[in-house]
Ligand binder design. Structure first.
Ligand code: GLN
Ligand code: ZN
Length: 762
């Protein structure tokens, strides 16, 4: 019998139940016991869904209260001492690592959080000391959750992050020098102990994720697989069967690592992203090893193409035989929404094109049944699937001749500003009359309960458009008044009218559709509801002009117009999988270009890096080429005196610095408050001429940065940046914060800027 497997299931629940519970716990509305009980309820519900769908291999330990990498930090007792010395109970310590803790005498910032591969999920970066030790936590989570499932009647396959990935995805603590991968020999014994404990608890198999195998690896990291997996393989029947899982790329360039897994049960590969790796990987396996075929997309919402998947499965079987394949999701389903069944408002036509986590669980089960019992056993499902795919390829939505015509007429001069930066800046300086160390924010101000209430009323038709517009104008007035009081230099209107920075635009563009419940976890309790690009994109009317114009008319300081860039609109949506992403980015760029010209200003492109292929080389260059071009096409149409700001939500920009430079934005703001100012050295090394605002205030947590801390950050930055280049701003938009947090934090920020302005007075 061919088995079906799910690599991980979304944790939030159908109605973002987990978000609600954790946030209630953080605000002390429910007890720790209540929160734990809710976690337990959700785990059981998700196991049941998968079992009912007919999935054979159901994951456990894929649940997390915040992030699975963070779970492993605690599981291996790798919590940095600055947290473990605070006397917090384990769950509160866990949340302190995740989001900082500022209560009573305890004041610790959160650990660094970064993107999980090229997804919009974020993980907490493990951080290691020179004398780092590891030990298995008491009552280890994977064992506890395995037993919980077992008691509830589910045999599960626990998911662990593998030792090489855990170390390679980590970093060195500030001030320490240790290379994380050198800690391998200390860490492996903990896995050995854990695997034995899982076996003793009754686990028959485990999934060990080693996603770093899709990267180009340093020799030290590559060499770590052999000792790690030989030690695990040597356990034989003292450990559960191990399947090593890779995803989000191919492992062909690391194929010489695969023999290190030869005494394990098998390997999982992502055949949605890289179907061509099947042959090479199949041939590198030992004679009895199993290949888990990731054929159902864990990263996108399109209905599986059963005919196509069955061909891939057949090809694998012809090499390996039926007993040596598993039919699986390409990755964890963490990156797709919970269930399509919640969507009541999708156009009938497109509804049938989609499949979310619950439906994908059925898809792997159907494919496994078709393989085991033959297509006749699932004929009606196969027919319905083929009909849905046909309706999509023949739909009008996927082919708009007007959009194609405009794309064919793009000229090279549309990609460049009229003049070089020096000329532009001279005009901007007089036009905007900015001080040294100008202060600004990234766009949004707190999205208060009141804003959500009014938006809801408007969506439900309980208030008129006029009433809603009036409310939004009052909110804008408030934001401007507060910026006056704070003494900021370049204003924003605060984005009260925007539910989300991509959805807002998607709703105003042709080619998108929206869901009502399709949330996916971004970090911790934060979820996003990506719009779906279903067809060719165009802008029927201006999208942001009304609010921006109003804001500028009532403000005495320069006001930034605020747009989401083409690459971000693409990356934070579920893109089409039937045309290349560069085509979709260009359609978005043209729509935004019209908006920028209607508006003249600021473009956020926080997701540029996310699209970056995981390996360097040709593919990465090609991506950067179209991504940068789409940004330039969107922004280059403005006058010299218009200052184009661009914002990036990440600090790891060294590896594609030339692309950031090529955007030719007048001012860049980047996330930086959690990372070392040393990263900024690249701006000197590359003689970057334009302006930069590395974030000095971590907006991802409720912690208020003291003025001294901000001053310290600025002084570090001044080691790498020229005073006349430096802008002072937060890491990102402030929509997730409260006014009570934002006001004192920005007061500190403005004071710190003033301090340096004083110091640098000629
Ligand atoms: N302008 C957006 C905001 O401030 C930018 C958010 C982002 O970069 N993620 O909310
Ligand atoms: Zn940001």
């Amino acid at each position: 019998m061919v088995q079906s497997a799910v690599l991980g299931f979304p944790r939030m629940g159908a109605l973002r139940d987990l978000k609600k519970a954790t946030e209630a716990y953080w605000s002390e509305k429910i007890s720790q016991d209540d929160l734990l009980a809710e976690g337990k309820r959700l785990r059981a519900a998700h196991w049941k869904i998968q079992k009912d769908a007919g999935v054979d291999i159901i994951p456990s330990n894929d649940f997390s209260f915040y992030d699975q990498v963070l779970d492993h930090i605690q599981l291996f007792s790798a919590t940095p001492e600055r947290y473990s010395s605070q006397g917090l109970n384990p769950l509160d310590e866990y949340f302190a690592l995740a989001r900082g803790h500022q209560k009573g005498s305890v004041d610790v910032p959160s650990m660094e959080m970064v993107k999980w591969f090229d997804s919009n999920y974020h993980y907490t970066k493990p951080s290691f000391q020179n004398d780092q030790t590891f030990a298995l936590a008491q009552d280890p989570k994977p064992v506890r959750e395995y037993l919980e499932a077992k008691a509830a009647g589910f045999q599960t396959r626990p998911v662990l992050l593998g030792p090489v990935s855990f170390l390679a995805l980590g970093k060195t603590e500030r001030g320490a020098t240790v290379d994380p991968i050198s800690l391998l020999s200390k860490l492996v014994p903990v896995y050995v102990e854990l695997l034995k404990a899982l076996k003793a608890a009754g686990a028959e198999s485990v999934q060990i994720d080693e996603p770093v195998l899709v990267f180009d690896l340093r020799p030290e990291v590559k060499a770590a697989f052999k000792p790690a997996y030989e030690a695990i393989g040597a356990l034989g029947s003292a450990a559960p069967e191990v399947v090593v899982a890779t995803y989000f790329g191919d492992i062909v360039h690391n194929i010489d690592v695969v023999p290190a897994f030869s005494s394990l049960h098998g390997v999982h590969v992502d055949l949605v992203r890289n179907p061509e790796q099947l042959d090479t990987v199949a041939k590198s396996l030992g004679p009895k090893q199993v290949l888990s075929l990731g054929v159902v997309d864990g990263r996108n919402i399109w209905k599986n193409d059963f005919q196509k998947s069955l061909k891939v499965i057949d090809a694998a079987i012809s090499t390996l035989g039926k007993e040596r394949v598993i039919i699986a999701t390409s990755s964890s389903l963490l990156h797709v929404p919970h269930t399509l069944a919640s969507e009541k408002k999708l156009p009938e036509e497109v509804y049938q094109w989609f499949s979310f986590a619950v439906e994908k669980a059925s898809e792997v089960a159907i494919l496994a049944k078709a393989t085991t019992e033959g297509p006749a056993s699932v004929l009606s499902q196969l027919d319905a699937n083929a009909a849905a795919l046909k309706s999509r390829s023949e739909s009008k939505r996927t082919n708009d001749p007007k959009v194609k015509d405009r794309q064919s007429k793009i000229t090279p001069d549309q990609f460049n500003r009229k003049s070089v930066f020096e000329t532009r800046y001279a005009q901007q300086k007089t036009h905007l009359s900015l001080p040294l160390f100008p202060t600004t924010t990234i766009g949004s101000f707190p999205q208060t309960q009141e804003i959500r209430v009014q938006r809801n009323k408007f969506t439900k038709g309980e208030i008129t458009e006029e009433q809603y517009d009036e409310f939004i104008r009052k909110e804008i007035d408030l934001c401007i008044q507060i910026q006056d009081e704070l003494g900021l230099d370049v204003y924003v209107h605060g984005e009260p009218e925007r539910n989300d920075m991509v959805q807002y635009f998607g709703e105003r563009l042709e080619g998108y559709v929206f869901t009502t419940h399709a949330w996916v976890q971004s970090y911790g309790s934060r979820c996003v509801r990506p719009p779906i690009i279903v067809g060719d994109i165009s802008r029927p009317a201006p999208m942001t002009v009304k609010e921006s114009k109003y804001a500028a008319s009532v403000s005495k300081k320069p006001m930034k117009g605020m747009l989401t860039g083409p690459v971000t609109c693409l990356r934070w949506s579920f893109p089409r999988d039937d045309v290349h992403q560069s085509v979709q980015a260009q359609q978005l760029a043209l729509a935004l270009r019209d908006e920028v010209i209607d508006l003249e200003k600021n473009v956020d492109e926080p997701a540029l890096r996310e699209g970056l292929p995981l390996r360097s080389g040709k593919e990465r260059e090609a991506y950067l080429d179209w991504a940068v071009n789409s940004f330039k096409l969107a922004t280059a149409g403005v006058e010299d005196s218009t200052q184009v700001h661009s914002h990036f939500c990440y600090s790891e920009f060294q590896d594609f610095f030339h692309a950031i430079a090529a955007l030719d934005a007048d001012v860049l703001s980047i996330e930086n408050s959690r990372s070392d100012a040393k990263l900024l050295k690249v701006f000197i090394d590359e003689a970057y001429p334009r302006h930069i605002g590395p974030g000095v205030y971590d907006i991802h947590t409720s912690r208020i940065p003291p003025q001294e801390e901000i001053k310290q950050r600025i002084s570090e930055m001044l080691q790498y940046l020229k005073p006349e280049q430096l802008w002072i701003n937060p890491d990102c938009g402030l929509k997730t914060r409260t006014w009570a947090q934002v006001k004192p934090a920005l007061t500190n920020l403005v004071e710190a800027a003033k301090f340096y302005r004083e110091q640098h007075k000629a």
